[in-house]
Design a protein around this ligand. Structure first.
Ligand code: FES
Length: 153
């Protein structure tokens, strides 16, 4: 017997505000650049952020081409929702495609640009797309901090 307190999937997905694009679904079901075992991964910079809106968490690891000042690899893992997974997967693609994004451009990557490439996100999921881009920015700042410290010694 159906539990009267459990909404069925059709009622959950009705209304344009909860529609997910095919790109979002693709990146949710096939996330790119996810990192499961960070113990064997040597990153140049790490960023960790939590969302005040929902309490979920995101970690981003980057490797940097020092000479070119471009992102060579962008790995991530989240304890977040489907929108966080899809948007961070897309962010990792954008940061590394075409030979890698310049660090100064990656720092200015916006949630709006990521959402645009995803073909949109429901308005109430905007905060989920912020997690990845903030963690990326922190990872770049972590790299730059270490680089500056190394240069001083
Ligand atoms: S609800 Fe927390 S990241 Fe989406």
């Amino acid at each position: 017997m159906k539990n009267q307190n459990t909404p069925d999937i059709q009622s959950c997905t009705q209304g344009a505000s909860w529609l997910y694009s095919e790109v979002v679904k693709d990146h949710f079901f096939n996330p790119r650049n996810i990192l499961i075992d960070e113990k064997n991964y040597e990153a140049d910079g790490i960023g960790i952020v939590g969302s005040p809106a929902c309490g979920d968490m995101m970690v981003v690891w980057i490797r940097v081409d020092e000479k070119e000042q471009k992102i060579k690899e962008c790995k991530w893992r989240t304890f977040g929702c489907a929108s966080a997974i899809a948007s961070t997967s897309m962010m990792s693609v954008m940061a590394t495609e075409n030979g890698g994004m310049l660090l100064k451009h990656a720092k200015r990557l916006t949630p709006e640009a990521i959402i645009d490439r995803l073909g949109g996100l429901p308005d109430r999921k905007y905060h989920c797309s912020v997690l990845g881009h903030q963690a990326l920015r922190e990872a770049i700042e972590d790299y730059q901090q270490k680089h500056t410290d190394t240069a001083k010694t």
